[in-house]
Write a protein that binds this ligand. Sequence first.
Ligand SMILES: Cc1cc2nc3c(=O)[nH]c(=O)nc-3n(C[C@H](O)[C@H](O)[C@H](O)COP(=O)(O)O)c2cc1C
Length: 336
Amino acid sequence: MLYESLAGPLLFRLDAETAHEEVSGLMALLAVVPGGAALLSALTGRGASGLERTVFGLRFPNPLGLAAGFDKDGRLVSVLPALGFGFLEIGSVTLEPQPGNPRPRLVRVPDARALINRMGFNGDGARAVARRLAAAPRPAVPLGINLGLNKGVSAEDAPAAYARTFRILAEHGDYFVVNVSSPNTPGLRALQAAKDLAAVLETVQEANPARKPVLVKLAPDLADEDFASAVATAERLAQGLVVSNTTLSRDGVPEALRGEPGGLSGAPLRGRATELVRRARALTRLPIVGVGGIESAGDARERLDAGADLVQLYTGLVYGGPRAPKRILRGLEASA
Ligand SMILES: Cc1cc2nc3c(=O)[nH]c(=O)nc-3n(C[C@H](O)[C@H](O)[C@H](O)COP(=O)(O)O)c2cc1C
């Protein structure tokens, strides 16, 4: 209520990234104030029970997680579970710190309940994130760390860069995601090609004696045969899939905003992302994290029915507000 009538409209008057920074700043404050997380939990209402599951050897209190990109540098891991999330995925984290693309780089598409982002992996880099995670209490839910690649790293150097990033962060995460699907780093998505993907995954797994689950995040814009061969490579060398990242398609976007460069997320991605989960499920028994356009319990249920073991959202939080995750979970509880 408060979000729809007051906080949401106020935030929507700000530039989209500024609004994100305000919200993150407030949450960072709640993370350090005694009782802050409990207050946030109380303000966002009742969660749900009976939704526990075990996926890639980890115990999840419920199947709804926060997607990568919201908390790129792992500043909010102690407070985000208060919104009801059953797991968090921070990142993408790159080996070295980098500023990302010039602002503005996050654009709202309100008529479509969507966002276009061209952030370009802005972040503090792996060492700073590892230090921050080491200093914070371990979150109450499984923590995923999504690994990105610094701008300008060649395909040849990519496997070693991912593996070094992984090694620095390995002890701080419960699962890891190799992100080869952001549209905002030139050349990155080419790493989804079977040979390149295999080289990245082999090198990361060599740095993974503890056998932490390593997932591969795929783009929704792959041709069918490329998607199938990426899934086959993941089946051989990884423990799961995240389907999917943002799209370069502009279907469902009003004419005036179609020219904004970047990846599109939110409602227009929903159908495609669901179709890809269904397709991936027909190809493999690997665990699948379904993401893209989820904003209601019905959306989450549909994604799970399509074959996802877990689901995530990001854009649905921007449009639905801080009570959205628990609303979705209560809906799932009712339909379980
Ligand atoms: C502003 C923004 C930043 C994002 N940054 C990342 C990122 O760093 N790494 C990544 O794997 N995905 C990133 N994503 C993609 C999301 O994790 C997710 O795959 C996508 O937005 C689709 O889900 P949604 O429709 O629920 O937002 C980002 C999305 C947004 C909107």
